[in-house]
Write a protein that binds this ligand. Structure first.
Ligand code: 5GP
Ligand code: ZN
Length: 114
């Protein structure tokens, strides 16, 4: 989807601090970080939210989750702990409608979330 913010980051129309890229995924630092590590992991395929996932997309979700764990490991927060979040639609505060996995860590995170 050409006017999607994250599709524009994938195309390099908009700059981002990219931390990982392969054929199917991109990961970059959140522009408004909520923790010392706040990385967004996205599929290169435009998918609006978890609600739009098709059975054939199970693999990409697994890749996103495993990539979050790998980035946590490289940031040295795998043992101390981290949080991974998919926000979906209004009540969760989703603002960008291209599915993304938040990786948050590097500080003690409270629960329950606000
Ligand atoms: P959501 O609220 O949809 O789960 O998360 C969207 C995230 O995208 C937010 O944490 C927000 O800070 C981040 N974000 C919004 N615009 C940009 C941008 O242009 N660049 C980067 N790197 N992150 C962005
Ligand atoms: Zn998109």
């Amino acid at each position: 989807m050409s006017d999607c913010l994250f599709c524009r980051i994938i195309r390099r129309d908009i700059p981002a601090s990219i931390v990982y890229e392969d054929d199917r995924l991109l990961a970059f630092n959140d522009i408004n970080p909520q923790a010392p590590t706040h990385v967004l992991i996205i599929p290169k395929q435009h998918i609006e939210s978890l609600n739009a996932l098709a059975p054939g997309e199970d693999a990409i979700v697994g890749e996103m989750v495993r990539r979050a764990a790998a980035i946590a490991n490289t940031r040295g927060i795998a043992e101390s702990g981290y949080r991974t979040v998919f926000n979906t639609n209004r009540d969760a505060g989703q603002t960008v409608f291209h599915v993304h996995l938040h990786l948050l860590g590097g500080r003690s995170l409270t629960w329950p979330p606000g």
